[in-house]
Design a protein around this ligand. Sequence first.
Ligand code: CO
Length: 136
Amino acid sequence: MKKIEHIGIAVKDLDAGNALFEKLLGKKHYKTEEVASEKVITSFFKNGPNKIELLGATAPDSPIAKFLEKRGEGIHHIAFEVEDIEAEMERLREEGFRLLNEKPKKGADNKLVCFVHPKTAGGVLVELCQTIKSEA
Ligand code: CO
């Protein structure tokens, strides 16, 4: 795995979350993107080499809504950048990690993603993400 690509933070209200993180980081978010398949709306901030992803629920049965109910607002996942997501998924499977999706899926901000179950990863929801290369 390469660097931490971003940290995901669950918020109850995306507008309020944006306002808070704009104040905290001293800069504006650079995009908002809905991931309909996950029932989430995301907002991204760049801060130096790091990224913060705010996550809001778009439906009561969204995984984010469930997380907020159980844990409240706060850090939701840590995402690591990988070169070859399929190879990394295979490696983690062999190491005994439980993956939450069988195949990489399309995530926000031009990434292929896969999540690792927190129960097998020290209580941390881990996201693998590989940048989708644009076809030249
Ligand atoms: Co993420």
